[in-house]
Structure formats: C-alpha cells, structure tokens
Design a protein around this ligand. Structure first.
Ligand code: SF4
Length: 351
C-alpha cells in the first residue's frame, strides 16, 4: 500500500484517501497547515482509533530542521531542511522593517546551471512534492512573530519552479487555502529563469499570484552564458511569452537582474536592459551579486550599482536595488547547502 503524504493533500483528498467524513479531512488539514502540529498524538479532537489509522497509513511531515544560521548584519535566518530521503534544501526568512519574506525552494539542486549560482553548481537531484514545498513555509512560520500580518512568499530559492509546475501550483493552492496558512495570492511570487512554456501556462491560471523573471542580461550572447536556458528560449521568445502574460493578466511583473562586476554592469548593459524592459509594464530589481566560493565572479562596486540603477530610473523604469540581506550567512540560494554538505561529508536562482 502506498504511503499517504498528508501535507500535499487538500482536506477533501485527505477524507477520501482515509475513507472519512469530509469534516474529518478539514480537521486534519487544519492541524497540519494552521496549527502546525505534526504529531498525530497531539491532534486531540481525533479518536484514538483514527489517530492509529493515520499513524499506520500516513506520513505527516517529510522534513526536519537540520541547521539554522542567523545573520548578525540583518534580520535574516537561513534554514536547512532535511527530507526523508536524506536530501537537503534551504529556505530563508528575511525580516525588513514591517515586512517578512520567506524564500522557498522547489527542487533539490537545479537543472539549469546558471553560471553565477551556487545551486547551479550542485546539479539537479529531484523535484520536491507540494507537501515538501509547503513544509518549508510551515517551518519558517515558527521563526517569526507575525501578529496579524501575513508573510510574503517568494519561490526564488533552489530550483526552477516551472520545471516542477504541477507540484508548485498545488503548493500555492495549499498555501492559499482558507483552513491553512491562508496567504493572499498577491503575497506570493513565483520566479522563473525564463521558462517560456511555464510563463504561458502561468498566464492562464485563474489567480493573482505574481511573476518575476530572472533576466541578468538583455543581450542574447551574454545571457546564454549566464543563464543557459536562454539557448532554448532566447530573448525574443521570452518577450513573446511575457506579452502574452500581460495581455492575459494585465499584471506587472518584475525582472530580476544580478549585477556581476565587469560582466553585465556597464552602462551599455543598462541600456540594453532599458530597451528590452521598456516594452513591458514591469519593475526591475537589481541584486548585487553575493560572492560564492568557487565561482569566478566579483561583486559590483557600490558606485557601479548606483550608476546602473540611475541609468534605468532616468530612462523611465522603476528600478529598485535589493538590500543585501544575510551576506554573512551565505544567503544566496544554494550556498548554505553546499557549505553544510562540505563540512559534514567531508553546505542565487536566483541569488
Ligand atoms: S539561478 Fe536559479 S535557475 Fe539558475 S541555476 Fe540557480 S537556482 Fe537554478
């Protein structure tokens, strides 16, 4: 008999799988997603018999916290989770002023191999199921006192979300469920490296979840070197998909642009970006690169960052610079995992 993974099921699916009344499915879902109780013995409104049945047939939680790093420079915590098969992923909680953001992963490793990324160096291990994705949020919630606020959730950790499309969209629906975490769609952002097929599908979804696209260069030659996915979906194909997205949804999206010294941070690079981005209703988020051991890039100077940003702003784009959170804790995605694994075995999608 196949083991039931409860954190990836909706209330009605739980009830059906365990042959229960619908309200029982809602009760169990609430225990997991709202109260974050993962020990069936603590689900006090379930009968002993039902608790035994759940313990016998189901996996309640697939992950445990393996390691936590706190930043001394900013209010950022990086959490390494270990899954049942021994694989690790990382997720991050960033508190800035009144805003709490969770950055979560969708794959173990990543198949896209972007040149500047710690995760890309690891290669691809496997997709996460929707429950494993949701559990990152459930764990991160225990690290923050949100009061009545909701966190923002960005699918910007390890992995390309659109290469795990069905489980990613299922996890979003689970996180938005009223009986669970109940996050508003506009608080969720999915970040892709430019998977055109995924963008088109995402445009057809009936929700207001936000989109961001990791661009990093508006020149095909350079972008193909930095983001190899560009060879499959070059800038003109990406532009077609983004036009389709905006026609269908009428929503803004964000271009993420990691600045690498001497690679993509000149005013010519800024101008190419300006010309490309101007055809859309979009924002640009500039991210100064965080050094990653073993990668031969340099972070840009403060002056280069400011010049780059000013050029875009003067050209009429809304260009923000992401503050560097948690540089002292290897907050670029994939870094903690690598450093941890390096130190135990011998642990920037988006950065
Ligand atoms: S930058 Fe993102 S898409 Fe590229 S290799 Fe890293 S995790 Fe994958």
């Amino acid at each position: 008999m196949e083991t039931l993974i409860l954190t990836r099921l909706f209330p009605e699916e739980i009830a059906e799988a365990l042959n229960l009344e619908p309200y029982r499915g809602r009760q169990i879902f609430r225990w997991l997603h709202k109260k974050r109780v993962f020990d069936v013995e603590n689900m006090t409104d379930l009968s002993k018999e039902l608790r035994n049945q759940i313990a016998e047939k189901c996996v309640l939680v697939q992950s445990q916290i393996a390691h936590i790093r706190e930043s001394f420079l900013s209010d950022t915590k990086k959490i390494l989770l270990k899954y049942r098969d021994g694989q690790f992923v990382e997720c991050v909680v960033i508190t800035h002023r009144n805003r709490v953001t969770f950055c979560i992963s969708t794959q173990v490793g990543c198949p896209l191999g972007c040149a500047f990324c710690a995760t890309g160096k690891v290669g691809f291990k496997r997709n996460l199921n929707a429950g494993e994705i949701v559990e990152q949020v459930l764990h991160l919630l225990s690290f923050v006192d949100l009061g009545k606020k909701n966190p923002n959730i960005v699918y910007m950790g390890m992995g390309e979300p659109f290469w795990n499309y069905d489980e990613v969209t299922r996890s979003i629906k689970l996180l938005m469920h009223q009986l669970g975490v109940n996050i508003g769609a506009r608080r969720i952002t999915v970040s892709t490296a430019g998977d055109v097929k995924g963008i088109m599908k995402f445009a057809d979804e009936d929700w207001q979840v936000r989109l961001s696209v990791s661009l990093h260069s508006a020149d095909d030659n350079l972008r193909s070197r930095l983001v190899p996915l560009n060879r499959k979906y070059p800038l003109n194909k990406l532009a077609e998909a983004l036009h389709y997205y905006q026609e269908k949804t009428n929503r803004m999206f964000t271009f993420e642009y990691v600045l690498l010294s001497g690679v993509n941070d000149s005013l010519e690079d800024a101008d190419a970006l300006l010309q490309y981005a101007k055809q859309f209703k979009c924002n640009v988020n500039i991210i100064p690169w965080n050094p990653v051991a073993g990668l031969n890039f340099q972070p840009p100077s403060k002056e280069a960052c400011e010049k780059f940003q000013n050029y875009l702003t003067q050209g009429g784009l809304n260009a923000t610079m992401r503050r560097e959170h948690g540089q002292d804790i290897e907050a670029a995605c994939g870094q903690l995992r690598r450093i941890f694994l390096d130190s135990t075995q011998n642990c920037n999608h988006h950065q």
